[in-house]
Design a protein around this ligand. Structure first.
Ligand code: FE2
Length: 429
């Protein structure tokens, strides 16, 4: 995170003697990034964090991409994915490249170990579920529709609550960095002088939920910490509970942000995707498309214009809302629109959208600046008819008509003032 925080006990100065109640010294650990010139936290352990044994390599995590020389629109339906593994081993990579990996996880069991991603930051989006993320920086209580940002190197364990009978099974999306960059708020949202979130930012410090107590677990025994590094998961044994921290301070720690706390920026005419940006890392951005008032020009076209995002591949993960204007899209769908092909509204949806004042769609988007590739798991869930879903008559005869002088007469759906046309329509990019 860009701003300073602290939790627990701290000595008055860095790198001085700080003693436990029994007189022994606490073990200070500087948890630094970018060669100690990037965001850093200073952590105080009861026991030296260096006491690890029993290391061995468990399994490879290297994603195997297929059809890497094929560019086409894709629609992957994740709803049929069966539960498997735990919140780490159950992650199924669907798309990725050298900068990031996107996975969906429907865990079937809990974690009886702690985990550390030693090669990238993680952004978890909790689609269904709630629970507790125990970390070395403290405890994060998370709920449905939370983003959880877990910076590289953080030791953590995810414990999900039992889902109510009327709720879907636990499911979450994972976007993690593969290029050693960090997932942060866009710099333009922050003051250059103080890192304070500025007035034009769609969220601010009050929306971010940092780690809280309990922080310290002082237990002896054998504790497994699985560490992802070098595209493999390794197991290490700690002689003490790995979350034996009594205090920390700094600007490097995990936090939660609920997507419902994102305040959409709306306009008289269609607002572009950067207004929805939530986070970024090197070579990719994460955006939140949230329920919002639509464009209020009397002749506004509320759905997006056709667009070529020439430097980006776009992946959308559909969370909730009415997707009737998008053929075949359902909750849990992921679409990939590659940079080489324009995309936009499906046939007939432009006229149907006229007069709409509100959209209830909720989606998470990840735009990458280098081509994304699917995995075999993605192809197994791919709707191969999707690339042809733009074929057909876009402007039915009953729609608006153009006069000889070039002016336009509104069609059956009218303008925004038409009281029959005020229901929500699809608006996602
Ligand atoms: Fe798009």
């Amino acid at each position: 995170m860009p701003y300073y925080s602290s939790l627990g006990q701290l000595p008055p100065k860095r790198h001085i003697q700080f003693r436990r109640p029994d007189g022994a010294l606490y073990s200070e650990e500087v948890f630094g990034t970018e060669g100690f010139v990037g965001p850093t936290s200073t952590i105080y352990h009861i026991h030296p964090p260096t006491q690890v044994t029993g290391w061995k390599t468990l399994y490879s995590t290297k994603a195997e991409y297929v059809e890497t020389d094929t560019m086409r629109m894709r629609h992957v339906k994740s709803a049929p994915m069966p539960p498997k593994g735990d919140p780490i081993t159950g992650r199924v990579v669907l798309f990725g490249n050298a900068d990031c990996e996107m996975s969906v996880c429907c865990p079937a069991e809990g974690m009886d170990y702690h985990y550390k991603n030693g090669q990238g930051d993680e952004c978890l989006f909790i689609h269904f579920g709630s629970g507790t993320c125990y970390t070395q920086f403290g405890t994060l209580k998370f709920r449905k529709k939370d983003y959880i940002i877990i910076p590289k190197g953080t030791i953590y364990r995810l414990v999900f609550d039992e889902q109510p009978a009327d709720e879907p099974d636990v499911k979450f999306l994972v976007i993690e960095t593969c290029n050693h960059s960090h997932i942060l708020p866009p710099p333009r949202y922050l003051s250059k002088k103080t890192s304070q979130f500025l007035e034009h930012a769609p969220y601010c410090e009050r929306d971010l939920r940092g780690p809280e107590l309990p922080l310290t677990f002082d237990e002896a025994g054998e504790f497994e910490v699985r560490i992802k590094a070098r595209d493999c998961v390794h197991t290490y044994t700690y002689d003490y509970h790995p979350l034996d921290v009594v205090g920390w301070d700094g600007c490097y720690y995990p936090y939660c942000f609920n997507i419902d706390d994102f305040s959409p920026i709306t306009g008289k005419h269609h607002m572009p995707p950067p207004t929805h940006q939530t986070f970024e890392a090197h070579n990719f951005v994460i955006c939140s498309f949230c329920p919002r008032t639509l464009d209020w020009h009397p002749e506004a076209i509320p759905v997006p214009y056709n667009h070529s995002n020439l430097d980006s591949d776009e992946v959308l993960y559909y969370v909730e809302g009415d997707y009737k204007a998008r053929k075949g899209i359902e909750v849990g769908s992921l679409t990939l629109h590659p940079q080489g092909i324009p995309h936009g509204p499906h046939p007939g949806t432009i006229e149907k959208s006229l007069g709409a004042e509100f959209t209830n769609e909720l989606a998470v988007m990840c735009d990458t600046f280098r081509p994304l590739h699917p995995t075999k798991a993605a192809l197994d869930l791919d709707d191969i008819a999707y690339p042809a879903s733009w074929e057909g008559e876009h402007f039915p005869q009953t729609s608006g008509t153009h006069k000889a002088d070039g002016s336009h007469k509104a069609g059956r759906n009218g303008t925004r003032s038409d009281s029959n046309a005020k229901k929500a329509k699809a608006d996602t990019w």
